[in-house]
Design a protein around this ligand. Structure first.
Ligand code: FES
Length: 341
């Protein structure tokens, strides 16, 4: 029997133990599903994602967008293109638009202000996922109506973080996440599973941090080595451990919005369906327009690349129904604890 209290209290030794084996998976998965049902219900929320630029000034060792990668055809969508795409997403009935890019200073504070203001007129929630920007920019964009900010912490091990992010520190990343929280954003953290050198203890640290931050959104995906990066020869994360971590995240932060990630669907054709069964309650259909879409190439084997522009919407709706859940209506903000039965 798993000790639920120890998981919820993020007992580091206990978490390390249950993460290091598949012995408890059946019980962990079942518990996560029950908690998902009790705390966030049967609705799965759709978030339409526009990956609007694959330029990046950063050097993350695992990422295909890293500045050093010369094998990638770079693109930037114009503000007009981004706004047009957002209109299409709103017309499709999707109530959250995620604007994601590499860390690309080409998009100035003012350009983002204009994009946010125009998109807010569409009666949608806006999630920004632009990497680290200045605290002042976070404040201005929040005031203009940006609702959420996604910025995975990637790993809560300070040593591993420093190795993977030359010139950066976990402490700095955490400072950004806490500032986003302080400003009132629904704040998304998250991590990769199967990074080179990552231990069960490191993964336990990830859960401790999610709880400490009280993450509103939690993105967890397997690490998938990209041939155009220094980690090309690494092994990568497996489905089972990734699902275990998603389920444990649901138990640790019961009301968080947790996506069944694209990376999960990329390592296994049914990866996202399993994610939805074991704690996830969000799906992010890819709505990056072609011809850009294939070039937002974080890792190889990424799904949805050559689909008809809007095919992922129908596909994800079908997927949700196929696991007995329902397609969410509304903005899908994080449920407040006090409204729980
Ligand atoms: Fe993209 Fe299925 S979700 S094709």
């Amino acid at each position: 029997m798993i000790d639920l209290k120890k998981i919820q209290n993020v007992d580091i030794d206990y978490l390390t133990h249950i993460i290091s084996t598949d012995r408890y998976d059946e019980e962990i998965f079942k518990t996560a599903d029950e908690i998902r049902r009790k705390y966030v219900g049967e609705e799965v929320h759709l978030r339409g994602i526009i990956e609007f630029s694959n330029y990046c000034t950063q050097h993350c060792l695992y990422c295909g967008l890293r500045a050093e990668n010369k094998n990638l055809a770079r693109y930037r969508m114009s503000p007009e293109e981004i706004i047009e795409r957002a209109k299409l997403i709103a017309q499709l009935g999707i109530k959250t638009i995620v604007l994601q890019s590499g860390e690309d200073p080409y998009y100035t504070t003012e350009m983002m202000c204009e994009i946010i203001q125009q998109i807010k007129k569409l009666d949608v929630a806006i999630t920004l996922s632009l990497g680290e920007r200045t605290f002042e920019e976070y404040r201005i964009w929040k005031e203009l109506g940006a609702d959420r900010y996604l910025m995975r912490h990637e790993t809560a091990s300070p040593q591993l973080y420093a190795k993977l992010h030359p010139g950066d520190s976990l402490e700095n990343r955490k400072a950004h996440l806490y500032e986003l929280k302080r400003l009132g954003y629904e704040t998304g953290a998250g991590f990769m599973v199967g990074l080179p050198g990552q231990t069960p203890y490191d993964l336990a640290l990830d859960l401790v941090f999610l709880k400490e931050l009280d993450a509103d959104m939690i993105g967890i995906g397997p690490f998938i080595p990209n041939p155009d990066t220094p980690l090309k020869d690494a092994t990568g994360g497996d489905l089972q451990t990734t699902l275990r971590m998603i389920a444990l995240a649901r138990i640790v932060v019961p009301t968080a919005n947790i996506p069944a990630t694209t990376a999960l669907g990329s390592i296994n054709p049914l990866g996202r369906q399993y994610g939805l069964k074991y704690g996830a309650n969000v799906i992010m259909p890819n709505l990056t327009p072609n011809p850009y879409r294939p070039n937002y190439s974080l890792y190889p084997g990424k799904i949805c690349l050559f689909e008809r522009d809007t095919a992922c919407v129908e596909c994800t709706k079908h997927m949700i129904k196929s696991v007995g859940l329902i397609v969410g209506e509304g903005y899908g903000y994080r449920k407040k604890t006090e409204s729980l039965a």
